[in-house]
Design a protein around this ligand. Structure first.
Ligand SMILES: CC(C)(COP(=O)(O)OP(=O)(O)OC[C@H]1O[C@@H](n2cnc3c(N)ncnc32)[C@H](O)[C@@H]1OP(=O)(O)O)[C@@H](O)C(=O)NCCC(=O)NCCS
Length: 223
């Protein structure tokens, strides 16, 4: 899927697959994290791990188990950062090397479908809703879904660095065509209020993709 290659720098490996596929080749060490889950969740989880493992292979690394922390975040092997996302029909994982300067990354895939109107207030800030109201009616709900996706990617990217939960109202997204900016509306540890982090967007085959990377070269308020 060409759009995926546009989301990250070339030295980040990104792999996708169908979470509905049979996962008989999963790693036993990872099965325990979904031992009690329903079959659909097991397939989704193992599809994410398989994609992440294939991405590690693409970087010349051996596939090793990726545990899930108690908060569900993936525990990447030493020297590796990455992110996993899935929706009903697609699973995607991105992996980069700390040796290449990567500190953290966040990835989200969503179906390119309207965000239900009753979720706008929860997901979008007042300013985002004002911006949406200036867009053509036919585009608004899809743009709102894109804002949602950008917030999910930003959340996943900041989490390994801060360990902080965030609310949708804690971020304000400004959307470009292939990029977005995520402004922190309150202090989240080192990401102080007003910090703007850049992300990338892509749309293909009925999916919206959002991605963010933090590197040793990234600048935010405290750096
Ligand atoms: C993790 C979360 C952001 C997305 O989960 P989701 O709706 O299932 O969507 P995705 O499929 O895109 O992502 C799930 C994957 O993200 C990863 N993940 C889970 N928690 C994570 C965290 N805290 N940080 C980074 N990655 C995380 C996992 O790999 C997970 O897949 P897995 O359980 O199969 O390993 C969401 O469930 C969550 O925890 N939300 C609370 C915070 C939030 O959403 N705030 C609003 C945004 S600012």
């Amino acid at each position: 899927m060409d759009a995926l290659k546009t989301l990250f720098p070339d030295d980040v490996a990104i792999v996708h697959d169908d979470p509905r596929a049979d996962r008989s080749g999963y790693l036993d060490e990872e099965e325990r994290y979904v031992a009690l889950a329903i079959p659909r969740r097991k397939r989704e989880f193992h599809a994410g791990r398989a994609c992440a493992g294939a991405a590690m292979n693409a970087l010349g690394l051996t596939r090793v188990p990726i545990p899930a922390a108690n908060d569900r975040s993936p525990v990447w092997p030493d020297g590796v950062v990455g992110s996993i996302s899935h929706c009903d029909t697609l699973c995607v994982a991105a992996v980069g090397l700390k040796a290449h300067g990567y500190l953290s990354m966040g990835l989200d895939v969503e179906p390119a479908e309207a965000l239900p109107a009753d979720l706008f207030d929860a997901i979008c800030t007042r300013q985002e809703q004002d911006w949406l109201e200036d867009r053509p009616l036919s585009e608004r709900a899809l743009l709102a879904r894109t804002i949602f996706s950008a917030k999910e990617a930003t959340y996943k990217c900041q989490y390994p660095l801060t360990g902080m939960m965030m609310d949708f109202q804690d971020l304000e997204i400004s959307l470009g065509t292939y990029s977005f900016g995520a402004t922190f509306r309150k202090d989240i540890k080192d990401f102080t209020k007003g910090t703007v982090l850049p992300g990338s967007l892509a749309v293909q085959d009925g999916y919206i993709f959002s991605a963010m990377v933090m590197t040793t070269q990234s600048r935010w308020n405290s750096r």
